[in-house]
Design a protein around this ligand. Structure first.
Ligand code: SF4
Length: 216
């Protein structure tokens, strides 16, 4: 099956790539749902490298919702400044922490519905937390996953939400959680947004290259 081949090849080819931010967080702090959630929120519209540095600085000071809520807002803003949108992110981190304490006894909930009921947590973050923290099959569709799944010809979808629904129909569940990691790494290194590196792509023979007009 074409998807088995794509996954097998991408697993082999991405082994030497720099790990994604979430994998680095897990390697350094273990599979802590709260730290994974916070790192996902900080990574929105920020580069992995910046986010990981900011996470390390933040997790030196706080590692629980209670501790994060107790941190003075100005100090939190200063720590998360480099990830951009620092005022909004600081506010969201504290409101999420408050919500976790008030409604979930300080624990990150394990269902998509409960995660999405927390203000500031969107579908992408919820799916990433489900798969990375709880090993629950979930397809986190970000810009890379949306773009490459469409280029491959696996789905025909106009936006990330529609891609997720379409992917749920074609991807075997066993690949739901790893699909994000593989395609993000591929999207950062080979199947880049503008002029993808098709000539050096290991899955070229499996790709329909939908919408690709210019490549290297
Ligand atoms: S062949 Fe080109 S468009 Fe298809 S996955 Fe590879 S880099 Fe992307």
């Amino acid at each position: 099956m074409i998807i088995d081949d794509i996954v097998r090849i991408l697993k082999r080819e991405t082994k030497t790539f720099t790990p994604l931010m979430t994998d680095q967080i897990i390697a350094e702090y273990g599979r802590d749902p709260f730290l994974i959630l916070i790192s996902c929120l900080l990574s929105l519209r920020a580069k992995d490298l910046t986010t990981i540095h900011v996470c390390r600085a933040l997790f030196k000071k706080v590692q629980t919702p209670k501790q994060l809520l107790a941190l003075p807002r100005a100090e939190l803003e200063k720590i998360v400044y480099k990830t951009g949108f620092y005022k909004t992110k600081a506010r969201v981190l504290q409101s999420v922490s408050k919500d976790l304490l008030e409604r979930f006894k300080g624990k990150v909930p394990e269902t998509r519905e409960e995660l999405l009921s927390i203000k500031g947590v969107g579908i992408k973050t919820a799916n990433l937390v489900l798969s990375a923290a709880f090993d629950t099959p979930a397809i986190c569709v970000d810009t890379h996953v949306h773009r490459i799944s469409n280029r491959l010809g696996l789905v025909v979808a106009k936006n990330a939400e529609k891609s997720e629904v379409a992917l749920q129909k074609v991807l075997p569940k066993k690949y739901w959680s790893s699909w994000n990691r593989l395609l993000v790494l591929w999207g950062q290194n080979i199947c880049v947004p503008v002029s993808p590196k098709c000539s050096q792509c290991a899955i070229k023979s499996l790709c329909k290259r939908v919408g690709v007009t210019k490549s290297r």
